[in-house]
Design a protein around this ligand. Structure first.
Ligand code: PLP
Length: 414
């Protein structure tokens, strides 16, 4: 059995996937697959996602090759799709959960509580109590009040001090303004944890989501080293965990980030063999695995301009434009209304606007986008729509993001 067939077996048996239909596609078969779904949806024409599970397995291979010493804890908030969580679990990933509901969804897959880090530095007391009741015994903190809550409700929980990454300016979504102890706050927090008889077992940081320069990892790992030294100086028991957070993208930048991380780990923690290194990648695994198809529900021509309305938008999957500062793109699904031309090559294009379905003018998905002349009932396909999309969509105006179906596929590349 080839590795692709082997991983297909594992995937079909993964929690969240088992019992569901997985369509095995030939190489480059995604367009045909989407067209077959469109054909079967003649009546309703609702938007839908395709999750290509083979993308996720390939990304896990890539992660393991580049950063074999760093254990991934997939960040559930990025995309909590049950099939994605299940396949990550079956590929050996652990999980970063930020709330009671996220912990529940991971435990429901049969994942044990010791594969979860409750990586929200500021948690509601009821969520801390829940973590204690199910045995999630690792969490982050960056304030004295958090220490007090954990002492009260979950004193057995081991702590990671979340420090502010020194350099998150290059990230698409910096997290420094909200989270992370400042250098001068570290020692007092360690002392407060000691006084509360809590165990601080390591250091955690996040250089910001969608990081653009790998220097940020290097500087944050240096800051983590300083934090380890502070703990030693204060006589804390030896810390064992370094959590390098998220920020990864699955483009060429990943190779640079991995090199920078390996070099920094070597220079700052080189001879520490007892150190467990973990990360919390979200976007890296989710972004390119999901493709979204939307239906054109309206059209207006104004001179040379073409305006289209589709049935998903800013209040739905495309909220990523606002909240994740994403740039998205789309192509017509093989010129659906013009079946003679399946590639759209050599077809005249028009500067086009694509609007979402709600009655808010803010609900504008693309402007000045070149598209061929399309008709109502044609489909537009948006690639790379897995990260911070459906996860943060709303039900505004009666358009239910949570109702969008996800079809499972596995591209057979062998
Ligand atoms: C959002 C978040 C992540 C995931 O970040 P990505 O940039 O998507 O990898 C990881 N850890 C924490 C604490 C987060 O808040």
């Amino acid at each position: 059995m080839g590795s692709s067939a082997r991983s297909l077996q594992a995937i079909l048996g993964a929690p969240g996937v088992r019992g569901k239909r997985v369509s095995v596609l030939s190489k480059d078969g995604l367009t045909d697959f989407m067209q077959s779904i469109v054909f079967s949806k003649q009546e309703t024409k609702e938007p839908f996602y395709v999750l290509d599970l083979s993308t996720v397995t390939a990304l896990m291979d890539r992660w393991t090759r580049a950063l074999p010493m760093v254990r991934p804890y997939y960040a559930v908030k990025c995309n909590p799709d049950p099939a994605l969580l299940g396949i990550m679990a079956s590929l050996g990933s652990s999980f970063d959960c930020a709330s009671k509901a996220e912990i529940e969804s991971v435990l429901a897959l049969g994942v044990s509580a010791d594969r979860i880090v409750f990586a929200n530095p500021c948690k509601a007391e009821s969520h801390i109590k829940y973590a204690a009741s199910v045995g999630v015994n690792l969490t982050t903190f960056d304030s004295r009040d958090e220490i007090e809550k954990i002492r009260k409700w979950h004193p057995k929980c081991a702590l990671l001090i979340r420090i502010k990454a020194p350099d998150d300016g290059g990230a698409r979504c910096p997290l420094g303004p909200k989270y992370g102890a400042l250098p001068e706050e570290v020692a007092p927090l360690f002392q407060a944890a000691q006084a509360a008889r809590l165990t601080v077992t390591g250091v955690s940081f996040h250089i910001g989501s969608g990081a653009t320069h790998s220097r940020a990892y290097q500087r944050a790992i240096a800051a983590a080293k300083t934090t380890f030294e502070t703990a030693t100086r204060l006589g804390l028991p030896r810390m064992r965990v370094l959590n390098i957070g998220g920020g990864f993208t699955a483009d060429t930048q990943f190779n640079e980030a991995a090199s920078a991380i390996k070099a920094a780990l070597q220079s700052y923690f080189g001879n520490d063999s007892g150190l467990t290194i973990i990360a919390e990648p979200g976007r890296f695994f989710a972004e390119s695995a999901f493709t979204l198809a939307t239906n054109i529900i309206g059209k207006r021509i104004r001179g040379e301009l073409r305006e289209y309305w589709i049935n998903d938008g800013i209040y739905g999957s495309m909220n990523c434009i606002l909240y994740d500062h994403a740039t998205i793109t789309c192509t017509p699904l093989a010129c659906t209304s013009n079946r003679a031309n399946t590639t759209c090559k050599g077809v005249r294009t028009y500067s086009s606007t694509v609007f979402g379905p709600t009655c808010d003018a803010l609900d504008t998905v693309l402007t000045g986008h070149q598209l061929p002349e399309l008709q109502v009932n044609d489909w537009l396909v948006f690639p790379n729509m897995g990260a911070y999309t459906a996860a943060a969509g709303s039900n505004f105006n009666g358009f239910h993001t949570s109702a969008i179906l996800t079809y499972l596929a596995f591209s057979n590349t062998s």
